[in-house]
Design a protein around this ligand. Structure first.
Ligand SMILES: *Cc1c(COP(=O)(O)O)cnc(C)c1O
Length: 377
């Protein structure tokens, strides 16, 4: 079949082969009216912990809450400074703000798009209490120097693994390297719910227990409220659905790696910068992000050929009105800002075919020639 369009993601194609199994899981929850916590949640937590090899996994209502509760359980609060990268998704930074702590943004590495460790080092003050490396696009941050820095300055490390389910760093899975980690099951993430859901992983029993209490209105047992908690529980229905999908995650990640390898091969010499994988990393390609001149024109061009594309993310955190109070101006983070004007996320999903990738690459190459675009690579 000749390809005439390629969506940005194709969730329908992902779930179609397993819909019977998922329907059964949903029906089971409904039949038992087991809507809040219970066996479906604890089962999924155990299975997700096993998948990541983390000791504990605690289901929450979304990835933003996972970050928020991880920081809270690690005693990050007012007066504390938390370092993260300016090119992340806003939720990383919101979670710092929700706890009353101060986000300290730093620039990113131009190759891996993860936090610039040297910049993080320079940003440390006596008030610094935590660092949040983001495994952006599914590529792990360079964790060893980050963990070393944290050890030297007595900082806690919370991995933002919301795009990195199954990625590894020197063989260690995302979600097992910091004091805690946050995962998102937003529908388009590598493991996605039929709505919102998230997870905290940790190796620390006390942190796990605190998060279990915090997510459930601060109660250690029914109507005994030890902490000023929240309602940040994962839906049991989502847990049941995610538990079915989890069995396929490793295969889906492998399919994404194959797709990324084919993109890289076919885009070589086209004048766009293709994503590189660091020696230490096995990424899971939540997104396949290239850099190109005349980015906006390329996205329009792709759209005319029925190709979905995105920008992750067009406006760095320090240039968002919500964070104007940080007092950072344009020019503060040159790498982040330059990259933000060049990023294009091409279609990337588990079931993307070689023909679909060829169709996208042909369009990119045609654009580069037709518009006489100055090559970046
Ligand atoms: C998706 C995402 C989040 C937030 O997850 P939600 O489930 O949407 O709240 C946080 N950080 C990063 C890097 C993400 O991609």
């Amino acid at each position: 079949m000749t390809v005439t369009k390629v969506p940005f993601v194709d969730l329908k194609a992902q779930i179609e082969p397993f819909m019977d199994e998922i329907d059964k899981a949903i029906s089971n929850v409904v039949q038992n009216t087991a809507f809040i916590l219970g066996g479906n949640v604890s089962r999924f937590e155990e299975n997700f912990a096993a998948f990541t090899t983390a000791k504990y996994a605690i289901g929450v209502d979304n990835g933003t809450s996972a970050l928020e509760l991880a920081l809270r359980a690690l005693n990050i609060g007012p007066g504390d400074e938390v370092i993260t990268a300016a090119n992340t998704f806003i939720a990383t930074v919101l979670a710092i703000s929700y706890n009353g702590a101060t986000p300290i943004l730093v620039d990113c590495d131009p190759v891996t798009h993860t936090i610039d460790v040297e910049a993080a080092k320079k940003a440390i003050t006596p008030k610094t209490k935590a660092i949040i490396p983001v495994h952006l696009y599914g590529h792990p941050a360079d964790m060893d120097p980050i963990l070393e820095l944290a050890k030297q300055h007595n900082l806690v490390v919370v991995e933002d693994a919301c795009q990195a389910h199954g990625a590894t760093y020197k063989g260690r899975p995302a979600g097992t390297m910091g004091d805690a980690a946050a995962f998102s099951f937003y529908p388009a993430k590598n493991l996605g719910a039929f709505g919102d859901a998230g997870m905290v992983t940790t190796g620390d029993e006390q942190v796990a227990e605190t998060i279990r209490i915090l997510r459930n209105v601060g109660q250690s047992k029914k109507y005994h409220h030890d902490l000023l908690g929240y309602n940040h529980r994962i839906d049991s229905l989502q847990a049941a659905i995610l538990d079915v999908k989890l069995k396929h995650l490793a295969g889906w990640n492998e399919a994404r790696r194959k797709a990324a390898a084919l993109y890289n091969e076919l885009l070589a010499g086209s004048g766009v910068i293709v994503p590189e994988t660091a020696d230490y990393a096995v990424p899971v390609w939540h997104l396949y992000v290239i850099r190109v001149n005349q980015r906006d024109a390329l996205i329009d061009f792709l759209s005319e050929r029925n190709i979905g594309a995105g920008i992750h993310y067009p406006i760095p955190i320090h240039l968002q009105p919500a964070y104007a109070h940080l007092g950072l101006k344009a020019g503060a983070f040159p790498v982040t800002e330059t990259i933000a004007s060049q990023l294009v996320s091409l279609p990337m999903f588990e079931t993307i075919t070689a023909e679909q990738i060829e169709y996208v690459v042909d369009a990119v190459r045609e654009f580069m020639t037709a518009n006489d675009v100055e090559p970046l690579a």
